[in-house]
Design a protein around this ligand. Sequence first.
Ligand code: SF4
Ligand code: SF4
Length: 71
Amino acid sequence: MPAIDLNRCTGCGWCVAACPPHVLSLHVLPGSGWGIKRAVLDDATGCTGCALCALRCPMDAIRMVRRAPKT
Ligand code: SF4
Ligand code: SF4
């Protein structure tokens, strides 16, 4: 699943558009008075791990990480 580096993310939305199951969206950062948006994985269970979001990100802000195995 994707790990999004919020310091690199510009909120461009390319990853949101690229995600087939639409589990990514842009959120306004809490406490950002200017309404700065960043990409957030809304539904981790819906993520297929396809990595299209990471490929699409122009800022190289998305790293694919292994999900911890369910116990
Ligand atoms: S594509 Fe990259 S920079 Fe753009 S919103 Fe997604 S994570 Fe942020
Ligand atoms: S890995 Fe695929 S399914 Fe998961 S958030 Fe990225 S584009 Fe969407």
